[in-house]
Design a binder for this molecule. Structure first.
Ligand code: FAD
Length: 492
């Protein structure tokens, strides 16, 4: 098949790679003018205003890493060769963790540490090496070509038709026909408007703000300096501020701070590089990284707001809104960046597309239906679990900002569950390797979203920690307990 791919981010590149390896001919259209440089460090300077999140910390989860290891070993090797590193569960565990014994499944519990631009650079190189992939940079798609023919299948009387997409139209007015169009235009993709413009029904979507604003800055270790010894957590949640340090490739790392959307004061001052660095120096996990051993490699602090959770349905009542296209990545599902899932689910989605194309060659309706069914079975549960976590985090942040007790009303049964989370699960994760492993397996998308809650062994261990709550010292702080304390420390 001749396949057009709109967008050359993670979803577009992984779709291009997977489909090219099935023998299809691919043309990728990427709006950003990003000629292919010779090195990952040069790729870091790419002008990526079409995907501004590349200037923010990215974690690459175990599920994504395992798919690369098992199905794209050459790409995986290239990532490691380019400077990405493996972060294995069990290495550098805090001293408080007891009873760690390596399990066979721990070989899967490995995250990949590298910059997002490095990941894209390696992926693009791999796609180009296929020979069947033509990557056109600086070329924006402006709309879809459609022949307006209604497809077979049931359609309510008077309902809008289902056009057949036959390719893409570029902003320069040129048309590029394709047998299948993969739309990977990211979180700001105009796909729903493009579809209605060619006569498809409106695409239903649900969306809500994640409630956070992201601030990130990248650094590189100075010559002769080493990363600090890893003895504790790599981030923390102070309620009024979430934060983390992310190891990158080639001696780089980044720090991300995330504040509630309505904290105007922090939002204003954290964009000042010196204030950002000062704030990071007050936080337990980031402070050692900013003790002079590194220098910034991004001029300022990058801020990203408007971070949505969003799910779009391209199949309504069992019928595709149009034929001849498949949406993938953030175009379908946006999730809270704090959970680090977007690239893993984008790559996963690309594998689902390839599976559907292989199962139903030349049948665009069955391709979209099969793909949609697998998206709902495999990726939608992760979207839903993220929504639940966000609702709870927003509630806590709002209570703290209003000076209220974040535990809530004692008569509310959820208050007890929150206490078990705080005084049972969190302490167990600090001390018990079994509970920590279970958490990381879910975090890395290796077990189902509810697997921790349904595992009796984990449940018993959490309960034991809860029962012991009066006998242990308070948890070590991860930073200033109160927002006012952080502000005072920064001001000082
Ligand atoms: C602040 C932040 C931090 C994140 N952190 C993580 C993380 O730690 N781990 C993780 O896995 N995920 C993370 N994510 C999510 C991840 O970045 C996205 O899920 C992922 O980029 C989705 O890939 P995509 O290809 O769908 O979209 P994108 O990567 O956004 O790519 C879309 C591409 O399409 C191009 N494009 C758009 N419209 C057109 C057009 N009309 N014509 C041609 N080209 C077009 C854009 O220029 C862009 O290159 C984070 C997201 C944000 C916002």
């Amino acid at each position: 098949m001749r396949i057009a791919v709109v967008g050359g981010g993670v979803a577009g590149l992984s779709s291009a790679l997977a489909l090219a390896r099935q023998g299809h001919d691919i043309e990728v259209f990427e709006r950003d003018d990003t000629p292919m440089p010779d090195s990952a460090d040069e790729a870091f300077d790419w002008d990526r205003r079409g995907a501004p999140q590349v200037r923010h910390s990215h974690a690459f989860l175990g599920r994504l890493r395992n798919t690369l290891r098992d199905h794209y070993p050459d790409v995986y090797a290239a990532l490691l060769q380019t400077g990405a590193t493996e972060m294995r569960f069990g290495d550098d565990l805090p001293e408080t963790i007891t009873g760690f014994e390596r399990q066979p499944g721990d070989d899967d519990l490995v995250m990949l540490a590298c910059r997002r631009t490095t990941f894209e650079w390696v992926l693009r190189r791999a796609a180009l090496a296929e020979g069947r992939v033509c990557f056109r940079t600086g070329m924006a798609v402006d709309g879809l070509l459609a022949d307006g023919v209604l497809a077979d299948g049931p359609r309510a009387e008077g309902a809008p038709g289902r056009p057949r997409i036959t390719g893409v139209r570029l902003a320069d007015g040129t048309s590029h026909p394709a047998d299948l169009t993969v739309v990977a235009g990211g979180r700001r993709s105009a796909l729903p408007e493009w579809l209605t413009a060619v006569g498809a029904p409106a695409v239903p979507e649900e969306a809500e703000d994640t409630g956070i604003v992201y601030f990130s800055r990248f650094y590189r270790l100075r010559p002769g300096s080493e990363p600090p010894p890893r003895t504790g957590p790599i981030g923390g949640d102070l309620g009024y501020l979430k934060y983390g340090v992310f190891v990158g490739d080639n001696r780089t790392f980044s720090v991300t701070l995330a504040t509630p959307v309505d904290d105007d004061q922090l939002r204003k001052i954290l964009t000042i590089p010196a204030v950002f660095d000062d704030a990071a120096r007050q936080l337990v996990a980031t402070a050692p990284w900013l003790d002079g051993r590194a220098e910034p490699i991004t001029d300022g602090v990058h801020l990203m707001a408007g971070l949505l959770n969003r799910w779009r349905d391209f199949v309504i009542d069992g019928e595709p809104v149009a034929l001849g296209f498949v949406p993938v990545g953030d175009t379908v599902a946006c999730t809270n960046p704090l959970y680090g899932r977007g690239c893993a689910t984008a790559f996963w989605g690309a594998q689902l597309i390839a599976r559907a194309v292989e199962a139903f060659p030349g049948d665009p309706r069955e391709i979209l239906l099969a793909y949609d069914a697998s998206l709902r079975a495999e990726i939608l549960p992760w979207y839903r679990s993220g929504l639940q976590q966000d609702a709870e985090a927003r509630r806590v942040a709002a209570a703290l900002l209003a000076g209220d007790d974040p535990d809530g009303d004692a008569s509310d049964p959820r208050t007890f569950m929150r206490a078990v989370f705080r005084d049972g699960l969190l302490p167990a994760m600090r001390t018990d390797a079994v509970v920590l492993r279970a958490f990381f397996r879910t975090f890395n998308l290796l077990d189902s979203p509810d697997s921790m809650a349904t595992d009796p062994d984990v449940g018993a261990r959490v309960l034991a920690a809860w029962n012991d709550r009066e006998n242990r010292p308070p948890a070590p702080p991860l930073g200033p307990k109160h927002r006012a304390d952080l502000l005072a420390l920064i001001a000082a």
